[in-house]
Design a protein around this ligand. Structure first.
Ligand code: BES
Ligand code: ZN
Length: 600
């Protein structure tokens, strides 16, 4: 591709970045930073190879809360002037750097702030080993700018190298080629040869060890967690094989996992070559590994072909959920994927109810201008996106759809995509003027309209039908202990618990708890769903377990509904605030931003 074509490809305007990539754009980053746990800061230099396309006298980077000390131009490090623009709550400040028409390299000397939103600094008590501190980053959606001065738009890709200095007893890992063990100096070097968008910049530092899974796959975790993780994720190699069979070669060399402490605010984050994952999927029975399939799938949908702006988030997540279910079907059969689809459909219905069926935020194509993108990134993108793609698959047949997706990933590999680009590809490659087919696919209804098209297919699951029978029997008075739940997976349990009536007697709750020991479940999904009922029905036997859960786990998807259920009554709200006061220091900024707002 020529430079002009590349520039053309990046012109989707991103309202969440100050960068003007059609004028001057970064192509490669050399990062050189020291990690200081005492001051909770990163400090060092970000040197960029840039292309001054417009031959003007300025390049703009995004920053938020960064201290910019000096800026140099060229290899000879000539000092230049810079200016930080006005600050916006979400977007931060543009960094305007004076350059020359021929400038090819810019070096920024900077320091992060101790409250940088992307960074979570954990004290030893907050780790599994309790002996060493821990640091991790979370850059998606627009938080990379809180730890690196960067053109922070998903439409701009860079390669990078990094030198990171950490305390000697710790290991550093990044979304790049990684070391597999500590060295004596605490200095680590990284290289990412494939161009990536800024939201995939990632770093973690801690007492980490590596355990090999397959030839191309492995796991990083604290020593205290590595064995459990190695058991839980033993099938990741099989997932990689299944994924490649579906959509073509894996383009990132290795695929490793990093298991984080429980305060990690997400289930998983698809940092290239090194997915970051919550320890709450360590269920001891490999029952929550669809999350790994999901993050792995992002190696195609998202990391390889990337949404140009956050308004097109469904192209990252909807495709990934579709792909995740296909991987799980390949590994565990259709009946397994069906369960995931039904649970996803329930999530979607809940989100539609919450947002309102006519809310503009329930369209696939979003309009997030003037807002924190994080606010608009809901289950709509994930599940409505997935069901739209399943709808296309049903309309054209699986074989054709797979060929189409293969071609899509190959055509746009290492580029950005947006809704229009995808729809154009869909029209030329698949619909090809067939009006009956266009009507079945119903682009207008799925992509640009709120809610769900009226004639959408509602997913069903045979395994869940059996769960529903058990549930009915219980509701009609059969004791819980007599239900046949022997072969139930996490998913069946989740379906059962979600079905339970809003109002239950203490006796009903006790009956369930005695039979299934739900309050002490080691499965985070089961536990989080059960707490909603114990809270609603004031089943105080679960209070202690609830408090332990809320003070340990920082995963926002669990915290939000639980705190919401608590806050629904005045006494509950009091409880919520008391627990939150204690637990808040354990949560990442991603979670506290949401919860502060909810509990104020
Ligand atoms: N990329 C997302 C996480 C994300 C989304 C971070 C938006 C910041 C902004 C990741 O792939 C994801 O979707 N994680 C899910 C798990 C998945 C199985 C649905 C999560 O964390 O719950
Ligand atoms: Zn995802």
């Amino acid at each position: 591709m020529t430079t002009a074509q590349q520039a053309q490809n990046q012109i989707s305007e991103d309202v969440h970045s100050y960068a003007e990539p059609t004028k001057a754009v970064a192509r490669h980053l050399d990062l050189d930073i020291a990690v200081n746990f005492d001051t909770k800061t990163l400090s060092g230099t970000a040197s960029y190879d840039i292309e001054n396309l417009a031959k003007g006298n300025e390049i703009i980077f995004d920053t938020r809360g960064l201290q910019i000390e000096k800026v140099y131009l060229g290899d000879k490090q000539e000092e230049t002037t810079f200016r930080l623009g006005e600050s916006d709550k979400y977007l931060g400040q543009p960094l305007h750097i004076t350059i020359k028409p021929e400038t090819k390299r810019v070096t920024i000397v900077y320091k992060t702030s101790p409250d940088a939103a992307a960074l979570q600094w954990l004290n030893p008590q907050q780790t599994a080993g309790k002996k060493h501190p821990f640091l991790f980053t979370q850059s998606q959606a627009i938080l990379a700018r809180t730890w690196i001065p960067i053109q922070d738009s998903p439409g701009i890709r860079i390669t990078y190298s990094a030198k990171v200095q950490v305390p000697k007893e710790l290991l550093a890992v990044m979304s790049a080629e990684n070391p597999i063990e500590k060295n004596a100096t605490g200095n680590y070097s990284f290289e990412m040869k494939q161009p990536i968008p800024s939201y995939l910049m990632a770093l973690s530092v801690g007492d980490l060890v590596f355990s090999k899974v397959g030839a191309q796959t492995g796991i990083y975790a604290e020593p205290a967690t590595i064995k459990a993780a190695a058991y839980e994720f033993a099938e990741m190699d099989k997932m990689l094989v299944a994924a490649e069979k579906l959509y073509g070669k894996y383009r990132w060399d290795r695929y490793d996992l990093l298991v984080l402490p429980p305060s990690f605010p997400f289930g998983g984050m698809e940092n290239p070559r090194l997915t970051f994952v919550t320890p709450t999927v360590l269920a001891k029975d490999r029952s929550l590994t669809s999350l790994i399939a999901h993050e792995l799938a992002h190696s195609w949908s998202g990391n390889l072909v990337t949404n140009a702006t956050w308004d097109d988030f469904w192209l990252n997540e909807g495709f990934t959920v579709y792909f995740e279910r296909r991987i799980m079907e390949e590994l565990y059969g259709k009946s397994y994927a069906d369960m995931l689809n039904v649970l996803g459909y329930q999530d979607l219905q809940n989100t539609l109810k919450e947002l309102g069926e006519t809310s503009e935020d329930t369209r696939l194509k979003l309009d997030l201008e003037g807002r924190d993108p994080d606010e608009g990134l809901t289950d709509i993108a994930y599940e409505k996106g997935n069901f739209f793609l399943q709808n296309i698959e049903q309309a054209v047949g699986r074989q054709k759809f797979d060929a189409f997706l293969n071609k899509y990933f190959n055509t746009f590999a290492f580029q950005t995509t947006n809704t229009d680009k995808f729809l154009e590809f869909l029209r030329t490659e698949l619909i090809k003027g067939d009006e009956a087919l266009a009507e079945k696919i119903n682009i207008e209804g799925w992509v640009f309209s709120p809610g769900l098209p009226q004639d959408h297919v509602v997913p069903t699951s045979e395994r869940f039908t059996k769960v529903e029978e058990s549930y009915q029997a219980w509701k009609n008075g059969k004791p819980a202990a007599q239900l046949n739940t022997k072969d139930w997976s996490s998913h069946e349990w989740l379906h059962f618990i979600r079905m339970l009536p809003e109002q239950m007697s203490q006796q009903q709750l006790q009956d369930l708890d005695k039979a299934f020991n739900l309050t002490n479940s080691g499965n985070s999904e089961v536990l989080a769903a059960w707490f909603i009922h114990t809270i609603r029905n004031n089943y105080t036997t679960a209070d202690k377990a609830l408090e332990t859960f809320l003070t340990n786990v920082g995963r926002r998807k669990f915290l939000v509904p639980i705190y919401k259920a608590l806050a629904a009554t005045p006494e509950g709200k009091k409880k919520a605030l008391a627990i939150y006061a204690k637990a808040r220091p354990n949560y990442h900024a991603v979670s506290t931003v949401t919860l502060d707002e909810m509990l104020k």
